[in-house]
Design a protein around this ligand. Structure first.
Ligand SMILES: Nc1ccn([C@@H]2O[C@H](COP(=O)(O)OP(=O)(O)OC[C@H](O)CO)[C@@H](O)[C@H]2O)c(=O)n1
Length: 319
């Protein structure tokens, strides 16, 4: 990975670079399949993570790494959830740099937020999992909590569980609300394994983007659940992706949105020129294949250098 003098093929030095991987979804169980029959390799995924970290460390110039969510799988036996999360975190700890996590539905099938967030080094008094950081003054990363309004992860009597269940009951009449049967077009996103961004978080996002604009920072928004229908299947889209994108489009500072959750991955450029890159999942890589990468950051583009099943992607900003 990388080249001898740190220059890219275009001959320019990146401002900084960072590692990316998503949907490790580890569990110490035999291989299985998704609901739709796609093979899933629960044990192999941690081997891919080990290889990713080996390559990231060999690169020697990655400032940090991002895991876009779903650290363990929902099929992990519940008496092993804690040890499984700790085992994957221990692997991430071997990376010579900070790792930023976000939460996915499978994390929340295993552990309640209160237990999960400290393990992922997401420090929050109220169990919300949104935060931002700035690796260099010119760039800011905004990490969204896509399960803020969610039927999974909060205590049953939490206002956000109640809001999510009321919302789902209006939008999805199926007995199994993980099923999109009968839902049409973009309404197929109203599934229990997705979630939404609540009012407070939307306000925080708006304030953060305002601040970033004042500081002349470029912003990368990260969320486990994708934000643009062009980059994902309709069934994997954030419930209120439209409200979130309305906020994002009010500011010119957001250049790229990164996501996970939709295991095949995807890339789109939306009506405002924002790139959406949904990353290919580790879990569905057959043994002998892999999916991870690193991103070189420039003032005018992000350049994803993918390994194997993670496609390389040039994300050039429109202004
Ligand atoms: N039609 C369906 C689809 C899924 N389920 C069940 O819902 C749970 C979550 O599904 P899963 O595919 O494991 O979710 P991922 O987060 O790994 O992937 C997201 C998708 O790629 C988005 O399209 C699980 O228990 C399924 O069995 C269901 O009941 N009915």
């Amino acid at each position: 990975m990388g080249n001898r003098n740190g220059l890219t093929a275009q001959g320019k030095q990146p401002l900084f670079s960072f590692g990316v991987i998503t949907d490790v979804q580890y569990a110490d169980i035999p291989d299985g399949r998704s609901f739709h029959g796609v093979p899933r390799y629960y044990r192999n995924s941690i081997r891919i993570l080990q290889n990713a970290i080996h390559k990231w460390n060999a690169h020697q110039n990655l400032s940090f790494a991002l895991h876009l969510g779903d650290i363990v799988d929902g099929h992990c036996p519940k008496d092993q959830s804690l040890s499984a999360v700790k085992k994957v975190v221990k692997e991430f700890d071997k990376f010579n740099g900070r790792v930023y996590h976000m939460i996915g539905n499978h994390c929340l099938y295993n552990l309640p937020r209160k237990e999960l967030l400290p393990l992922l080094s997401i420090h929050s008094d109220d169990s919300y999992a949104y935060y931002d950081f700035s690796p260099i003054p010119e760039y800011r990363f905004v990490v969204l909590d896509g399960y803020d309004i969610s039927a999974i992860g909060w205590p049953n009597d939490h206002p956000h569980t109640i809001e999510a269940l009321n919302f789902l009951n209006k939008k999805n009449p199926n007995v199994d609300q993980n099923s999109p049967e009968g839902l049409v077009g973009l309404e197929r996103r109203f599934l229990k394994f997705n979630g939404g961004i609540g009012k407070e978080q939307l306000k925080w996002l708006e304030d953060t983007l305002k601040d970033a604009s004042n500081l002349n920072q470029k912003v990368v928004v990260c969320c486990h659940v994708p934000l643009d229908p062009g980059a994902t299947s309709r069934e994997a889209l954030l419930w209120n992706y439209d409200e979130v994108m309305d906020v994002i489009h009010r500011y010119n500072c957001v250049k790229v949105c990164l996501g996970g959750h939709d295991h095949e991955g995807g890339h789109s450029v939306d009506s405002h020129g924002v790139h959406h890159r949904v990353l290919e999942a580790t879990l569905e890589c057959p043994p002998g294949t892999e999916a991870f990468g690193y991103i070189d950051v420039f003032d005018d583009r992000l350049s994803l250098i993918g390994t194997d099943r993670m496609a390389s992607t040039e994300m050039i900003f429109n202004n």
